[in-house]
Design a protein around this ligand. Structure first.
Ligand code: HEM
Length: 179
């Protein structure tokens, strides 16, 4: 997993729970990196999972909610650092379709060691899109937060429903209905 995901995660923890919580998570960590991450490095995916589980233990906020909030936080980072991807799409559905076709393709070119999910989608009329997420890392709740913020970003209020297709969360379907 790219270092930028870790640096953003700790920024979110600091802004929502304070610096002491960052300190606690680093102390609790059994990972090799010892809490030292650089945005351009790459680290085992298991390390972010460990930090999220520890944050859950400390705060009692459900893991799904922590990941979803992190997705929302990451969205603002992407909107600032990769604004071109947002400008390239006129509306939320075009943007969501462009993740698989364009955005993650470009991300992979920039960072060949990035581990990305795959998406397929189908539209059902003008107001509904179904987005199918697939990843062995089972980070559907992160996608949930990213999708919710995407709808807000394009000022297109919508209902986003997430359904697990497989029990382990490696396949998830989102049904996004514009209001
Ligand atoms: C400008 C927009 C975006 C950029 C630049 C971007 C880039 C990235 C990057 C750099 C990673 C980390 C890869 C790694 O750590 O190895 C990632 C992971 C991920 N992205 Fe995107 N992304 C964007 C939009 C989205 C959106 C809107 C969604 C939601 C539908 C999404 C879903 C995910 C998920 C769920 C992961 C975690 C890895 C996994 O589940 O396997 N991304 N993305």
């Amino acid at each position: 997993m790219l270092g930028v995901v870790f640096t953003e995660f700790f920024e979110m923890v600091e802004s929502k729970f304070g610096y002491d919580m960052v300190d606690d998570l680093i102390e609790m960590s059994t990972s090799e990196s010892n809490g030292v991450y650089t945005a351009i490095g790459a680290y085992p995916h298991e390390e972010i999972v460990e930090h999220v589980i520890n944050l859950h233990k400390k705060t009692e906020v459900p893991i799904a909610d922590l990941l979803r909030a992190f997705g929302g936080y990451l969205h603002s980072t992407f909107a600032t650092n990769y604004s071109g991807f947002f400008k390239a799409a006129d509306n939320s559905f075009d943007f969501l379709e462009s993740i698989e076709k364009y955005i993650h393709v470009e991300v992979k070119k920039l960072y060949p060691n990035a581990q990305l999910p795959s998406f397929s989608s189908e539209r059902e009329g003008d107001k509904v899109i179904k987005l199918h997420y697939e990843s062995e890392r089972s980070m559907g709740h992160l996608a949930y937060g990213l999708i919710e913020k995407t709808m807000e970003f394009y000022k297109e209020p919508a209902e986003v429903i997430m359904e697990n297709v497989t029990e382990d969360g490696s396949k998830v379907t989102f049904t996004i209905t514009k209001q």
